[in-house]
Write a protein that binds this ligand. Structure first.
Ligand SMILES: C[S@@+](CC[C@H](N)C(=O)[O-])C[C@H]1O[C@@H](n2cnc3c(N)ncnc32)[C@H](O)[C@@H]1O
Length: 257
């Protein structure tokens, strides 16, 4: 599938999710030679109750696969950027930590998601959040401005992951960090699965092998790359590849050394 076709399918799907017309498909895996029972995939992760109090109604659409803010060590006054912010869940959790002196910017390429996130911000009169329409591969943000980049279950949907990480590197301040929850696999995804538009939009077909994913991040120039959390789903792909949610952190080296 061409990159633009993939992105249009993703936009169409998440537009419908934002309008409440559909939920993410419930996927069932069975019959694979690696296991004889069927299992249903539910990726959603939950913030703890303290963080949940910061989330307005309608901002958690159950689309995340981790809790990146829980690993971000945010401080008052920081500037945070959330990639693929959806209805705003992680933006609102982060905004509670950076306080009125800080700012959290969410970027999403699906207009309906941006609209929904802005409505959610109004519900709680949030003054330190902003939602910008745009693409991760060409972020609507200047260079060297951001303390922390977060993202929740989105980079797997981006066809050009090297471009995504080079944009993350560009916008971070020297010494700034990213904290990204995402899906990776531990085996091969078949051509049929790679070309399945619905599996792409469900965060599966675009997932890379963990080593490949971490190699792209290293190649981009990040330091101190670590997987700080991981979870294996009870779900197997056609060739028995296992599916994982991981939360990865990395730092942009300072310009001096
Ligand atoms: C699985 S949802 C996750 C939303 C949110 N992070 C959450 O946890 O609820 C993926 C989101 O990423 C957005 N997205 C996917 N690819 C993108 C890209 N290349 N640039 C900007 N946004 C993108 C989609 O529009 C969608 O809102």
């Amino acid at each position: 599938m061409a990159d633009e076709t993939i992105k249009q399918n993703v936009k169409d799907k998440y537009g419908k999710v934002a309008r409440g017309e559909i939920k993410l498909d419930e996927l069932t895996s069975c019959g694979c030679s690696c296991g004889d029972s069927c299992s249903t995939l539910n990726m959603a992760s939950r913030y703890d109750d303290v963080d949940r109090n910061a989330i307005p109604e309608g901002a958690d659409l159950g689309l995340g696969c981790g809790t990146p803010v829980a690993f971000a060590e945010l401080k008052e006054g920081q500037t945070v950027l959330d990639l693929g912010s959806g209805a705003g869940i992680d933006v609102f959790v982060a905004a509670n930590y950076v306080g009125p002196a800080g700012k959290v910017i969410g970027v999403d390429m699906t207009e309906e998601m941006i609209q929904k996130a802005r409505e959610n911000a109004k519900k709680i009169n949030a003054t330190n959040v902003e939602f910008r329409f745009g693409e991760i591969e060409s972020l609507p943000v200047g260079g060297n401005l951001i303390d922390r980049v977060i993202s929740n279950c989105v980079i797997n949907l981006v066809p050009d992951k090297e471009k995504a990480f080079s944009e993350i590197h560009r916008v971070l301040k020297p010494g700034g960090r990213f904290i990204i929850s995402d899906i990776v696999v531990d085996g091969d995804i078949t051509e049929k699965e790679r070309n399945d538009a619905s599996l792409w939009a469900n965060c599966i077909s675009g997932a890379l092998k963990r080593d490949e994913y971490l190699a792209i991040i290293g190649k981009t120039g990040f330091k101190d790359i670590k997987v700080v959390s991981e979870k294996r789903y009870d779900y197997n792909l056609d060739k028995c590849a296992g599916l994982f949610s991981i939360t990865v952190v990395g730092t942009k080296g300072s310009s001096c050394c």
